[in-house]
Write a protein that binds this ligand. Structure first.
Ligand code: PRF
Ligand code: ZN
Length: 397
């Protein structure tokens, strides 16, 4: 059995959008897909069972964080991340490149790898392409990411120059070679993805892409976007790179984005997305809905009996099935689900249930959006779907 197979099921004639099926060691993923982020071996505040119920097909984990805590001995004793976090479907792990990069002053990046101080106990540590592959092999994630350097939008207070972006991209390319060699040496039974870099420079993106395609990875990611650049530059790179990657292999846009970015990304030929936005925003009281975004902290929700979104079937919006399974209705309108007033109250009181419910809703919204995209691609109605999506989102809640 190969570690990864990707079947193209349909393509949209009017855009680069594709409908696919990705088969990995722990199961099948229907694409395009959004992958909830589970940095420390948990999607914050959500039980694996709830993730399953809302249709999550694959989740993320982070090499860097799991290396710091609980550490490799514990991970090894559980035979990897799946058994430890009790998630039996596919997992993708990020390599640590982006996370180490985020450490700022606490790290030094050299050709050999990244030297840094542990944010947990101050120990001197070293992350290289080889170390990243060794850790991800112990984690036994279905998709392993190469170690890369995420080229920043700004370097030392100025926009990253072409020369700086080239240097960074070329090092990521050499790290791709080292990642691949170590992955193979270790006999890792999973699938390794290469990551395209090149900053905001399209010819550098093209060079990076060609070198990685030459290396024949089973899948490719586009990194180095959503790093503080203006929106039009991000859209520019999204329009340039994904559709130039091999058509018969999965494409993953790292760390993107808003619901609008996801729909646009699909139109540009992206198959996989991840972002902390639905989970992080839920904890800050920002809720995504079909009709726009909603801030639950706003005083206008204090007495509002409506659920977050009447068109949403998540546990927060549709409520408890009740003891007899017929559903609970709690007001004269026969409405079920948790009210905006209740969610506002939970937030005001700092109650744990507040972020749990808003996280369930936001993830359900993102996963359902991808399901609607897949349905539209299957039905050949993606163009109509996009129009209605934009109109609905602009309507307001
Ligand atoms: N590289 C890696 N992980 C990432 C990124 C990257 O460029 C990004 C950029 N948005 C998010 N996560 N390895
Ligand atoms: Zn909902």
């Amino acid at each position: 059995m190969p570690a990864l197979t990707f079947d193209l099921l349909a393509t949209d004639p009017a855009s680069h959008a594709r409908r696919g099926r990705l088969t990995l060691n722990h199961g099948v993923v229907q694409t395009p897909i959004f992958m909830p982020v589970g940095t420390y071996g948990t999607v914050k505040g959500v039980m694996p069972r709830s993730l399953h119920d809302m249709g999550a097909q694959i989740i993320l984990g982070n090499t860097f964080h799991l290396w710091m805590r609980p550490g490799l001995d514990v991970m090894q004793s559980f035979g990897g991340l799946h058994g430890f976090e009790q998630w039996d479907k596919p997992i993708l792990t990020d390599s640590g490149g982006f996370q180490v990069w985020s450490l700022g002053a606490m790290r030094k990046i050299t050709e050999e790898g990244v030297h840094f101080q542990s944010p947990v106990n101050g120990d001197k540590l070293f992350m290289s392409p080889e170390v990243s592959m060794q850790i991800q092999t112990i984690l036994n994630s279905d998709i392993v990411m190469q170690l890369d350097e995420c080229t920043p939008y700004e370097t030392n207070g100025h926009n990253t120059t072409e020369a700086e972006a080239r240097q960074s991209m070329e090092m990521s390319r050499r790290w791709a070679l080292r990642s691949q060699a170590e992955f193979e040496r270790l006999g890792n039974p999973n699938a390794l993805f290469g990551i395209v870099q090149g900053g905001m420079f399209k010819h550098l993106r093209q060079e990076s892409l060609e070198a990685l395609v030459e290396m024949d990875f089973p899948g490719y990611a586009v990194g180095g976007v959503s790093v503080g650049e203006p929106k039009d530059e991000m859209l520019d790179i999204m329009a340039h790179t994904p559709h130039r990657l091999p058509a018969h292999k999965p494409r993953y846009l790292m760390g993107v984005g808003t619901p609008e970015d996801l729909v646009q990304g699909v139109a540009e030929g992206v198959d996989m997305f991840d972002c902390v936005m639905p989970t992080r925003n839920a904890r800050n009281g920002t809720i995504f809905t079909r009709y726009g975004d909603l801030k639950i902290r706003n005083a206008r929700h204090k007495t509002d009996h409506q659920p977050i979104d009447t068109t949403c079937s998540c546990y927060a919006c549709a409520g408890s099935p009740g003891a007899d399974g017929a559903g609970l209705s709690w007001d004269q309108g026969g409405r079920a689900g948790f009210s905006r007033a209740y969610l506002h109250h939970l937030d005001r009181c700092g109650e744990m249930l507040g972020p749990m419910l808003t996280t369930i809703h936001n993830l359900h919204y993102y996963l359902n959006l991808m399901q609607e995209i897949r349905d539209a691609l299957d039905a050949g109605t993606f163009a109509q779907f996009r129009l209605r999506f934009q109109q609905d989102r602009a309507r307001g809640v």
